[in-house]
Design a protein around this ligand. Sequence first.
Ligand SMILES: O=P(O)(O)OC[C@H]1O[C@H](OP(=O)(O)OP(=O)(O)O)[C@H](O)[C@@H]1O
Ligand SMILES: Nc1ncnc2[nH]cnc12
Length: 192
Amino acid sequence: MNLLAAPADRHKGWYLSLMAANTKGSHFAWLDPSRLYCNSQTLADCVKDLLSPFHSDTIDLVVGIDTMGFIFFRSVAISLRKGFLAVRKAQHQNYTDYTGREKTMEVRLDVLKPGMRVLLVDQWIETGGTMKAAIHLVERLGATVAGVAAVATENTEGGLWIKENDKFSHCIPEELQSQIDQKHLDSFKTFN
Ligand SMILES: O=P(O)(O)OC[C@H]1O[C@H](OP(=O)(O)OP(=O)(O)O)[C@H](O)[C@@H]1O
Ligand SMILES: Nc1ncnc2[nH]cnc12
């Protein structure tokens, strides 16, 4: 497959087959969305799909979570003609993610203001620990979470909680959800 070309049939989620099978360290199966960002048509379609539920919403700022999705989040912000604020995985807000490790995240304290409506974006939601911590951080600073968006969200307890409790969007068609949950796409068989 030519990673920089787009097929004639761009059905919903066509670009997800570009996610690369990978591992995170030696313990965690991983799908790497960063290969999507190499193809300009993919990036455009992915951003369009992700933003489709938010077209008539007021969003003042895009807030995206460290690390590999930063390139993608910036495209989301440009598409909305809004600015972008990075949440770094460092101090300020404690949380636990899929690794089970205690982590912290931080954000600039002088940007978010009461009344500001933000779209929170990450590459992936697995346990939901990271996204819930980011929601908490944004709300602690007085801003409002207008929506939560990710390339993919697993149907874990935390993932389902986010789907139900926030205005939410991801790029996964329902028929691919179980493959996302298993971190194994059928399209791997035909990818070469
Ligand atoms: O829902 P959770 O269990 O909290 O996990 C989700 C987080 O895990 C990944 O981050 P990670 O820092 O591992 O990798 P990245 O650099 O690719 O974002 C992903 O990008 C989310 O930020
Ligand atoms: N990119 C990713 N692929 C699979 N599982 C993940 N958990 C967190 N990020 C992930």
